[in-house]
Design a protein around this ligand. Structure first.
Ligand code: ZN
Length: 452
């Protein structure tokens, strides 16, 4: 059986295959608008399944609805039990304004060391890396102690109802494993002269809040006969803008500030001062710390009134709320009640879109990810911090199943992850990150599963 270093060397030899695979995946526009029929993930799943089948890797596509395929592939291990799950998703967000793109959004053009296209980074890059790692393990005939499973879900971009949410409910046995690695982490920051990787241990929750504000209609020429709901909206917005969320430093990242050359231990009292200092040196890290130290409440849409000459009777303010892993909907509701205290005619509707959760950072699995990364990059000088992502991923469906789930895509230190522009115009990924991501997935699976 080949040694790991020999296998890692094969990743470089497979560069053309890897790049082709990634580009072909981008060229299949599995766009998810959130409104059925949409997604078309089965086409991407079919392509991936055929690619894996070339090496006799067993694959299965399970559809939650017509066209909404979820890809499951596996390399069997001696025990017959699943151990490590490589996760990603097949769908991509829509292209907002194609005219702003410098590259065809589904053309997968390569320019100056980067591959451009919708899904290049989110999440077809990670999928390609995991598929290539699986192929290399298979070709080398590496004997595994337990099963390695690859699962790429549908519908991640609109909540996972047809993807991992559905799999967790209907087919838990197919994806159940003690360990999983997914998107939602693995980028790096250059802090105080050191390369620091973010290991995604959890994600904030998301709630959508609808505030229905009632007034009384009247003809706009005699407004005093009515009760203008717009003025109530104005008061509510003023209060939301002035809202100071409770500061919270319980996220594990705050235990590792010394890694980032920050001397003071963070407390709810001093965290804003620390963040301000960090922000001046590294705006990206400052923003991460800010998001991880509080709930956010952001009014995003306003609608109201039905006619230009009527006093509006009803207005609606929609808010996006992101909660920390231990803040539940009762917490969010309590905060809203405080903000709205004393205001009449306001009805609050909360839709819980994504439950926050997190895995512990202090695990053997985390150590193995760090080791696989150092080995793959040939770097013994990397720093690590646990991070909670501000958006949500499918990982939240695995953690309640008892799976230690981390976000780690393994970007290359030479690639600037700010250029990834996930969900944005000119989304891209650095080709070095495709190679490093593949090497890391390979090293991780080898470390955990190879029989030596
Ligand atoms: Zn994604």
């Amino acid at each position: 059986m080949p040694e790991l270093d020999e296998l890692l060397g094969q990743v470089d030899d497979c560069y053309d295959d890897l790049l082709n695979l990634h580009r072909e995946l981008i060229r299949i526009p599995s766009v998810n608008t959130g409104v059925m029929p949409t997604g078309n993930e089965t086409e991407a799943a079919d392509y991936a399944a055929q690619w894996l089948a070339q090496d006799g890797i067993s694959t299965e596509i399970v559809e939650s609805a017509p066209g909404r395929g979820n890809l499951i592939a596996g390399l069997p291990g001696a025990s017959g039990e699943n151990r490590l799950l490589l996760m990603s998703h097949l769908d991509v967000v829509p292209v907002e304004d194609e005219s702003k793109w410098d590259y065809a959004p589904f053309g997968a053009e390569v320019d100056d060391g980067r591959v451009y296209g919708r899904g290049a980074s989110d999440c077809k890059g990670l999928l390609a890396c995991q598929m290539m790692a699986m192929r290399l393990l298979r070709r080398a005939g590496v004997e595994l102690s337990d099963n390695l499973v690859l699962a790429s879900g549908a519908d991640e971009e609109s909540g996972g109802r047809y993807g991992f949410g559905w799999l967790a409910e209907r087919h838990p046995d197919k994806i159940k494993a003690p360990l999983a690695v997914n998107e939602g982490g693995g980028s790096h920051l250059d802090i105080a002269g050191a390369t620091t990787y973010l290991l995604g241990v959890g994600e904030k929750g998301r709630l959508q809040v609808e505030l229905n504000i009632k007034g009384a209609s009247a003809h706009a020429s005699t407004p005093w006969l009515g009760e203008n709901a717009n003025y109530r909206v104005a008061e509510i917005l003023k209060r939301i803008e002035a809202y100071e969320p409770e500061r919270d430093t319980s996220s594990s990242i705050f235990n590792y500030l010394s890694t980032l050359a920050i001397e003071d231990a963070a407390t709810p009292e001093n965290v804003d001062v620390i963040i301000e200092e960090v922000r001046r040196r590294n705006p990206q890290l400052g923003s991460i710390l800010r998001a991880l130290s509080r709930m956010t409440l952001t009014p995003t849409m306003i609608s109201g009134g039905i006619k230009s000459n009527s006093v509006p009777e009803l207005c609606r303010v929609t808010c996006d709320v992101r909660t920390l892993p231990h803040q539940d909907d009762a917490y969010a509701r309590g905060q809203l009640e405080e903000i709205l205290a004393g205001l009449e005619g306001v009805e609050v509707d909360i839709d819980y879109m994504a439950v926050p959760n997190s895995s512990s950072y202090e695990t053997d699995f985390a150590e193995r990810i760090k080791r696989a990364t150092s080995r793959s990059l040939g770097r013994g000088d990397l720093n690590w911090i646990p991070s909670v992502s501000t958006g949500f991923t499918d990982s939240r469906f695995l953690r309640p199943m008892g799976t230690v789930t981390y976000g780690f895509s393994g970007s290359h230190p030479d690639d600037d992850s700010l250029l990834d522009r996930i969900h944005g115009t000119n989304e891209s990924i650095g080709v070095k990150s495709l190679i490093s991501g593949t090497r890391i997935m390979l090293a991780l699976a080898y470390d955990i599963l190879a029989v030596r």
